[in-house]
Ligand binder design. Structure first.
Ligand code: ZN
Length: 322
């Protein structure tokens, strides 16, 4: 039903909408429901966060529509509303529900993208226009510092690039001009990552080979870690945390909080780690690359190898077209 709304705008109603058409439709929805207090990238960040967790959680339904945000029946209709699926804005309001009518059809429909967007925009607007206000609104809604941090990260990236079309990824070392090798060794219990089960992929290459960001993101950590050595941690707009370890140097222009894109130079490959600050040379130089997914409750490591294979192909195509 929701796709019908979308398809009525599209040239060929029989075809599956392209990724670009979906993103355009989504962006126009954010722009339509932003207001003087809540800019589009705050609405977009909440929506993207919800989409990210729905992709990896089996205990919450996936919302197959332009907008991923979904409200509970209690939240929408009011906890004491005898009509759990109430769509009347008047009785919803009477029972303290927050559901709103965003498309002007006189109903507050919990399954309608526009009604959902107005409801979320109104909720967030109550708190005020500053980032601190937005953080408090998010904390009240999600009750989790980690969720607030993830949503703020997405908002920063959306705002900085002024788009939601941010899915490009590249390989973390240059695919031309440097020799490198890597293998899919997920779960091998020997490795240089510093954990009992090796959580990541080791890319072996020479000292000082450039280490590139694979994704858009915000630098969350940058510094020394006993096992990882000089390492960088980057959180992206897909609830993924990217971990680059054992570097020989950092890109001095970067610092924690900076917003970066695929291909940004993070530093150089090295063999730092496994000791006090500055320890190096205890193993052959390589980039340890780890990926962690945040599902709204916990963050766990997953195998980067399949993604690396894809990104390597993409980076090779890119470098050929240059
Ligand atoms: Zn490793």
């Amino acid at each position: 039903m929701l796709w019908n709304v979308f398809l009525s705008h599209s040239a060929s109603a029989n075809e599956t909408p392209s990724r670009k058409e979906i993103l355009d439709e989504r962006m126009s929805m954010y722009l339509q429901f932003q207001n003087e207090i809540i800019p589009w990238y705050y609405l977009g960040a909440v929506d993207q966060y919800e989409r990210n967790i729905q992709a990896v959680r089996s205990d919450i339904p996936k919302r197959d529509s332009i907008i991923a945000i979904q409200f509970s029946k209690e939240y929408w209709a009011g906890a004491f509303n005898p009509l759990k699926d109430d769509t009347s804005p008047f009785t919803i309001k009477y029972f303290g529900g927050l559901g709103q009518d965003g498309n002007g059809d006189g109903k507050a429909n919990r399954d309608n993208d526009e009604d959902i967007m107005l409801t979320m925009a109104n909720y967030l607007s109550q708190y005020g226009p500053n980032e601190e206000d937005f953080k408090i609104a998010l904390w009240e809604y999600y009750q989790s510092e980690k969720v607030v941090n993830q949503i703020i990260t997405i908002a920063k990236i959306f705002k900085h690039y002024n788009t939601i079309n941010l899915d490009t990824h590249v390989f973390p070392v240059p695919v031309r001009g440097y020799n490198y090798s890597y293998r899919g060794t997920w779960g091998a219990n020997r490795g240089w990552g510093g954990r009992r089960i090796h959580e990541g992929t080791d890319i072996f290459t020479g000292y000082s080979t450039p280490v590139l960001s694979t994704s858009y993101g915000v630098i969350e950590v940058m510094g020394w870690n006993e096992f990882g050595g000089w390492r960088v941690g980057i959180r992206d707009n897909h609830n993924t945390y990217h971990y680059y370890a054992h570097l020989s140097y950092f890109n001095k222009k970067l610092k924690v909080g900076d917003i970066i894109k695929p291909g940004t130079l993070l530093g150089g490959v090295g063999s730092s780690g496994y000791g006090k600050e500055g320890t190096s040379g205890k193993f052959p130089p390589h980039l340890h690359y780890g990926m962690y997914k945040f599902n709204g409750r916990t963050e766990w490591a997953f195998d980067p190898y399949p993604s690396l294979v894809q990104w390597e192909k993409y980076s090779k195509r890119l470098s050929k077209n240059k």
